[in-house]
Ligand binder design. Structure first.
Ligand SMILES: Cc1cc2nc3c(=O)[nH]c(=O)nc-3n(C[C@H](O)[C@H](O)[C@H](O)COP(=O)(O)OP(=O)(O)OC[C@H]3O[C@@H](n4cnc5c(N)ncnc54)[C@H](O)[C@@H]3O)c2cc1C
Length: 402
């Protein structure tokens, strides 16, 4: 019998496990993959500075490259750069980042069982009481007072808990990622993350080039509400002359496809004895697809709620509703609704809107704030929804005149 069982040892699950174990709870985490070598989760791997500070992660041992800022590049090739002081963050290989966090959860007292797939929930009298797991030794049941789903976009147990249905296709983005050797950077600059927004490159979404260590780059793109093979789009993007010239040669050493939930945070996040965190319940920015930071924050807050529940001996929704209160305090719902409003406007007419936006960004501080919010999540307090609407109306009126 465990206090807390967690399905998944990605960033959300490991932080939840570490937080609960540090408080003395008996924690068991299941991970479907082997822990060593660690699975390379397909990801851009861009992690903003506040995450490293807040979760006390030493970049020296874990990160690939220090990143100074972000550049948004419009279909007409005009660009806008936001540099952050002292730096924006660090890019990571997920195999290294995730291993660091999982090891820290273990060091804090959590147990992780690898190669074990959580396939179902034990539900009794309307309470989740544990999980059913496919282990190397066969199907087994494990019981706990609280179960946390941190098993990403493909979570089997979140739909079984009844807090949300299976994702519909139109709620997901479909991504392709490659690691390419031979990167020299854009005009020799290789400490800036590049975002290419254009319907020709990545319909309704964007492509990225994120520098890694030495001459490696993480290049990827997503497709949203578009049929087609993202890896084919990505290969076309790599052949594009503006991208090709950023490489001495293009030696692809790793590639993968993966979906991402970008419809925003699920309405329901918990039920009796159960909470969802991270991608499993949609903690991914609807505009930029960033989810590591939100997943880790949700993992920490769910674990803190579990600690309160265990102290009180009450695992019902009347205690677990504190999870949502904590998320609200961290402004997460406000950030996500701002991102969604912005995303919907962009998608309406991506190429023209982005051209107009970047044009305006070079002279209009409000537009700069909006782009900063989307790319760096900085400044959410300065961006009330009215301001977003005002800027968007400005852009629409410019587009009409054109
Ligand atoms: C292509 C792409 C690019 C991205 N780029 C960025 C980026 O640059 N920056 C950023 O912040 N975010 C990015 N994201 C989003 C980010 O990857 C996720 O938001 C983040 O990984 C969420 O962490 P998580 O722990 O919730 O889920 P995951 O990282 O998906 O971890 C889930 C864990 O659970 C395990 N698991 C899954 N199912 C089961 C099961 N049934 N039983 C047991 N274990 C299970 C998995 O093996 C995995 O270890 C990107 C996503 C994609 C797809």
């Amino acid at each position: 019998m465990f206090d807390v069982i967690i399905s998944g040892s990605g960033p959300s699950g490991s932080i939840a496990g570490e937080t609960a174990a540090r408080a003395g709870l008996k924690v068991l985490i299941f991970e479907r993959h082997k822990l060593v070598p660690r699975w390379e989760k397909p990801c851009g791997g861009s992690v903003p500075k506040h995450v490293w500070d807040e979760f006390n992660i030493p970049p020296n041992n874990v990160a690939e490259r220090k990143i100074l800022g972000n550049m948004m590049i419009a279909p007409n090739n005009k660009s806008f750069v936001i540099k952050s002081e002292p730096n924006f963050g660090w890019n990571v290989k997920r195999s290294i980042f995730d291993k660091f966090l999982a090891d820290r959860a273990i060091d804090s007292g959590a147990e992780i069982i690898e190669e074990s797939f959580v396939k179902d929930l034990i539900i009794e009298n309307d309470f989740v009481k544990g999980v059913v797991v496919k282990t190397p030794d066969g199907i087994r049941e494990f019981r706990s007072n609280i179960t946390i789903a941190a098993d990403g976009v493909g979570s089997k147990i979140v739909p079984k808990s009844g807090i949300r249905n299976k994702w519909e296709r139109e709620q997901l983005g479909f991504c392709a990622v490659v690691f390419v050797k031979g990167y020299i950077g854009l005009d020799g600059e290789n400490s800036i993350n590049l975002f290419y927004l254009s319907n020709e490159i990545a319909p309704n979404a964007y492509a990225w080039v994120f520098p890694f260590s030495e001459d490696l780059a993480n290049v990827g793109l997503g497709l949203f509400k578009t049929k087609g093979n993202p890896m084919e789009y990505l290969h076309k993007f790599l052949k594009w002359p503006r991208i090709k010239k950023q490489f001495k040669e293009q030696d692809i050493i790793w590639k993968s496809n993966f979906p991402i939930p970008i419809q925003g945070i699920s309405k329901k996040l918990f039920t009796n004895g159960f909470m969802g965190v991270g991608d499993a319940v949609g903690f991914v920015s609807p505009i930029i697809g960033e989810g590591i930071s939100y997943g880790m924050t949700s993992g920490k807050l769910a674990a803190e709620t579990a600690i309160q529940a265990i102290e009180k001996g009450d695992y019902s929704i009347s205690i677990l509703k504190n999870y949502k209160k904590k998320l609200r305090k961290e402004n997460l719902f406000t950030i996500f609704s701002a991102h969604k409003v912005f995303r919907d406007l962009l998608m309406d007419d991506l190429n023209n809107t982005v051209n107009a936006l970047i044009n305006l960004a070079n002279s209009n501080p409000d537009v700069q704030k909006l782009i900063k919010l989307a790319l760096t999540e900085e400044g959410v307090d300065d961006i009330p929804p009215e301001l977003i609407t005002r800027i968007l109306n400005l852009i629409k009126s410019i587009l009409k005149k054109d």
